[in-house]
Unconditional design. Structure first.
Length: 296
């Protein structure tokens, strides 16, 4: 079993750290939130008083942070860069969703110092993080990937090597762009059906068994009361916030511009989420886009 430093214990990071503990690893955790630290400790992790302390003696370091600026600040540009504190043979696994250019840049700085840094963003939401069934999209060399895989398997079910450094982030923004398009489309169709007298549960089942079937209908229905244990049936609490989806769609638009890739549907989804979040709904789950349609 390994000693693992884990930094960032939010909705996703907390359950991920807990699953590493369940797998028998020694997990040293840090977060700016005292409540998040307390939850991790109750799950069996060891609390550290700083990020630097969390990585002491760790063979693996996992980070789950909000944005690229936080990742680069933590490892490279901050007052106490973590690259100065990690063990020389540690493998750093960044599971944050950030722009690919920052991931490549931080990885290059690490490589110049003989430190392995890979990007491994996740998909599946809080439910999958809790169940240990996340999908990991990894940007790494083959050797780095093979070393990381046993650790990732304690937190996820499907582990993919997308390519070299930054490739995991590219795969993630493609996936989340598709997810936003699907959720907006499912919400649009459900809203129209209900306005025309259909039962949302019946319509959902019809579309699930027809050519309109998609992930949103199968496991994350946006209409309240249709599916238990999803955010829409809990006042859109928990899950993946509108603000985070909007951020990820911005990353996708950056990639589309850099590569000259046409993304008219992705652009439309980002515009919808931009309008939706203006109503003070940024903290709700992204499936709350249904509310935007209902209010029109």
């Amino acid at each position: 079993m390994a000693t693992i430093g884990f930094i960032g214990l939010g909705n996703m990071g907390g359950p991920m750290a807990a699953n590493l503990v369940k797998a028998g690893h020694q997990v040293q955790v840090f977060d700016l939130s005292a409540a998040a630290l307390e939850r991790a400790v109750s799950a069996g992790a060891q609390a550290a008083d700083s990020a630097t302390s969390a990585v002491k003696g760790a063979q693996f370091v996992i980070t789950m942070l909000p944005a690229g600026q936080h990742v680069e600040g933590l490892f490279v540009t901050g007052d106490t860069p973590l690259f100065d504190a990690v063990e020389s043979d540690a493998l750093i696994i960044d599971s944050s969703t950030i722009d690919a250019e920052t991931a490549k840049r931080v990885s290059a700085v690490g490589a110049a110092r003989g430190i392995d840094f890979i990007d491994a963003p996740v998909s599946g939401g809080v439910g999958a993080a809790t169940a240990g069934t996340l999908a990991f999209m990894v940007g790494a060399t083959e050797a780095q990937f093979e070393r990381a895989k046993p650790i990732l398997e304690a937190m996820g079910k499907n582990i993919f090597r997308a390519g070299d450094s930054g490739a995991g982030q590219i795969a993630k923004c493609c996936n989340n762009m598709m997810l936003a398009i699907q959720m907006a489309g499912a919400s649009e169709a459900l809203n129209m059906g209900v306005r025309n007298g259909l039962d949302p549960a019946v319509l959902s089942e019809i579309m699930k068994q027809s050519s309109g079937n998609n992930w949103a209908l199968q496991v994350y229905n946006p209409f309240p009361g249709v599916m238990p244990n999803v955010p829409s049936s809990n006042n859109y609490q928990g899950g993946f916030a509108v603000d985070l989806m909007y951020k990820d769609l911005g990353l996708a638009m950056d990639v589309s511009q850099q590569s000259g890739s046409p993304t008219p549907m992705g652009s439309a989804a980002r515009a919808l989420y931009m309008l939706h979040r203006k109503n003070g709904t940024g903290g709700l789950d992204f499936s709350s886009i249904l509310k935007f349609y209902q209010e029109q």
